[in-house]
Ligand binder design. Structure first.
Ligand code: CO8
Length: 378
């Protein structure tokens, strides 16, 4: 079997039109709490129901590092009588919302790589949730762009992008594909429980796109050799969403709390930090590299403290003090964007790296799942 070198030749980012600051988010959440507690005042007074507790900007920033998030619809989310986005229903003959934002990010990645849609022979749509069961989002994106070949969807929650990159690399290395478009449309606002104080601040919408091509036919002025990819999964219920096609057959309530994002945030923090650091270290070691030799770590963007700890474990306190230069932060502006986070970091924070510089793109999240991609600037 042939083995071709795979390179990243371009990235693209779709940024939604609306920003919700923590102050705006907390104001609407606290209004929802007031309305809820007023409406259930007698049940609360009788001890039949617990009163809801307000949220706070200080807690959110201290616990997570998040300062704002981008969303596709702001009004619905901030309406204290609604608390979820409002999307106009589209007909089957119209481009779906997930495909629309994927096409936007894809076109930007193609332009950056000096490619046309018809050069693409594989489309992977890899995200934490798909808008529908079928046909695959990737096939709709392929058609909307005018790409060739084939496409398919995949979902590994927050690790969808790094797992997608490995599939792209394998397709290129085997000679199966020449030019793979991997997109991560994350409409997290539609499956976040905005009424839950423990998690209402966590997510934001976005879409990222990465073009992975055969090195010998790539034309981009900027190329990144993919030196290795490594994936790992370990089952955990600590991040879970039970929404699915069997809900109706189980006579389950489609609006019940377990049909949206739920997590044991503390447990996730404690369990995933050592797993992610050990994963990156072992992956680097297998290629003869040390963490301290990496110019940059583009990490999953879930929690500031989590990323600081991962970096400290990898390169020690002294080097870790270089902070954002070693591990850039984007979650302050974008919040957690599920699989897109590490790719946004790579997209926005790589221009200053020089030929020969190495870095690691790493995601971690539900599953648990961890994916690392070691890249070198050509
Ligand atoms: N305002 C004020 N106080 C609050 C709030 C709030 N909003 N929320 C909780 N508190 C209180 C709690 O009640 C608690 O009070 P007490 O001490 O009196 O009991 C106190 O603050 C501390 O609460 P926690 O212990 O929960 O707070 P933490 O310091 O652990 O912070 C975090 C919570 C920020 C969630 C943190 O645990 C964290 O970030 N953990 C890591 C989570 C993580 O990485 N998850 C990955 C999930 S992403 C993923 O895999 C993709 C899933 C698919 C995408 C889904 C899209 C919707």
């Amino acid at each position: 079997m042939s083995v071709f070198q795979a390179v990243i030749t371009g990235t693209g980012l779709y940024q939604p039109p609306h920003v919700i600051t923590n102050a705006e988010l907390v104001e609407s959440f606290n209004r929802y709490v007031e309305l809820h507690n007023e409406a259930h005042a007698s049940a609360i007074a009788a001890g039949e129901m617990a009163a809801l507790t307000p949220s706070s900007v200080e807690f959110i920033e201290k616990a997570s590092g998040i300062k704002q998030r981008f969303v596709i619809d702001k009004e619905g989310v901030l309406d204290p009588t609604r608390m979820y986005p409002r999307f106009a229903k589209r007909g089957d003959d119209e481009l779906s919302l997930m495909a629309e934002i994927a096409v936007d990010a894809a076109r930007k990645a193609l332009a950056a790589a000096g490619r046309k849609p018809e050069d693409v022979d594989t489309v992977l749509c890899s995200a934490a949730n798909m808008q529908r069961a079928y046909p695959a989002m990737a096939v709709e994106i392929q058609q909307a762009l005018g790409a060739g070949g084939y496409g398919f969807d995949m979902n590994v929650a927050c690790s969808s992008a790094t797992f997608g990159i490995e599939q792209a690399v394998n397709a290129v290395r085997s000679g199966q594909s020449k030019c793979v478009l991997m997109v991560n449309p994350e409409i997290t606002s539609a499956h976040l429980e905005w009424k839950d104080r423990d998690c209402h601040f966590i997510f934001g919408d976005v879409c990222t796109a990465v073009l992975i091509e055969r090195a010998d036919t790539a034309v981009s002025t900027e190329q990144w050799a993919i030196e290795g990819t490594r994936l790992a999964t370990v089952f955990s219920n600590n991040i879970r969403n039970n929404f699915g096609f069997m809900n109706q057959a189980e006579d389950a309530d489609a609006q019940a709390r377990d049909k949206k994002f739920r997590q044991e945030g503390r447990k996730v923090f404690k369990e995933v930090v050592p797993m992610a650091a050990a994963h990156i270290e072992a992956h680097l070691q297998s290629l003869g590299h040390l963490p301290a030799g990496m110019r940059r770590f583009w990490l999953h963007q879930a929690n500031l403290g989590m990323n600081q700890l991962v970096i400290k474990k990898l390169i020690g306190q002294d080097l870790a003090e270089a902070g954002p230069d070693v591990a850039p932060l984007i979650l302050d502006r974008y919040a957690n964007t599920a699989s897109a986070g590490s790719i946004i970091a790579f997209h926005e924070h790589r221009a200053d790296l020089k030929t020969g510089d190495r870095g690691v793109i790493c995601s971690f999240g539900a599953g648990y799942s961890i994916g690392s991609v070691i890249v070198r600037k050509l």
